[in-house]
Write a protein that binds this ligand. Structure first.
Ligand code: SF4
Length: 261
């Protein structure tokens, strides 16, 4: 592990090179998928209403602001992406450059889920660009995967929190129906949660990432593996070895799904 770790550091200037010890995934057969649900509602109907706050009153105690979640159930991919781009359901729409729905193969077997768009993603409209994106691409290559081929990449939040602050609970709750619909459309074979925030959101628990790693969780009946966010790994190079272990667990889990019971 140390020699490979050192080679990667040398080649990328970051850390160990990601290499798959076993055969790459080309031999994993394509999976027949259910056809996408028919897009029923027109895009304009899918666009959520603007943020609605509880009306202030001098006589009645004012409850905390509530956000009205979008309702993307039943949307197909074009309608879903359009609904995300047009969404104004939470205050993040005021500070974003654009919403970032996701990128990749819409028949993907692998779904990678991060936290929220950063500054580069906000400008380019694609998740995981910049240095963290390059590292994620290297991580994918290490297990025989490639962005856009059997892989879809998305974030829990579709709009950038200003200043890259942590997402607020209300924002996450408001945006979650979009991710749920993405999972419904993809029906991925495996989900990889990138970072504590994505893991906690998908699993609905406030556990540490250390306690969530190394296990096969479930999200709506789909196996889910937890690993570190690439942006974190850029700042904490020694943990790349742990991330490699997580990816190996993901590959092992994915292969086990192909084996006859
Ligand atoms: S973060 Fe999600 S809920 Fe909030 S405006 Fe963007 S797409 Fe809509």
């Amino acid at each position: 592990m140390n020699s490979r770790h050192d080679v990667y550091l040398k080649e990328m200037g970051l850390g160990p090179r990601w290499r798959l010890r076993r055969a790459p995934l080309e031999d994993i057969p394509e999976v027949e998928r259910e056809p996408d649900p028919v897009a029923v509602p027109p895009v304009v109907e899918a666009v959520p209403e603007p943020v609605r706050f509880s009306p202030p009153s001098a006589a009645i105690p004012i409850p905390p602001p509530t956000l009205e979640s979008p309702s993307p159930a039943g949307l197909d991919w074009p309608a879903l992406n359009a609904a995300i781009r047009a969404c104004r359901a939470c205050p993040l729409h005021k500070t974003r450059t654009q919403a970032v729905p996701g990128v990749g193969d819409m028949q993907a077997e692998w779904l990678f889920v991060g936290e929220a768009p950063g500054a580069d993603e906000d400008v380019q409209g694609e998740p995981f660009v910049g240095q963290a994106g390059k590292l994620l691409d290297n991580m994918l290559a290490g297990i025989g995967l490639k962005r856009g081929e059997k892989v879809y990449i998305a974030n829990v939040l579709k709009c950038r929190p200003p200043g890259n602050r942590n997402p607020e609970a209300g924002e996450v709750q408001c945006c979650e129906p979009f991710l749920v619909r993405q999972v419904e459309l993809l029906q991925p074979k495996l989900i990889v949660a990138l970072g504590k925030f994505a893991a906690q959101t998908l699993l609905g628990q406030e556990a540490t990432i250390a306690s969530l790693r190394g296990k096969v969780h479930q999200y709506r009946g789909i196996p889910l593996i937890v690993t570190y966010h690439p942006a974190y790994l850029l700042r904490n190079l020694p943990d790349k070895a742990k991330a490699w272990q997580d990816l190996c667990l993901a590959v092992k889990t994915r292969r086990a799904l192909e084996e006859p019971a």
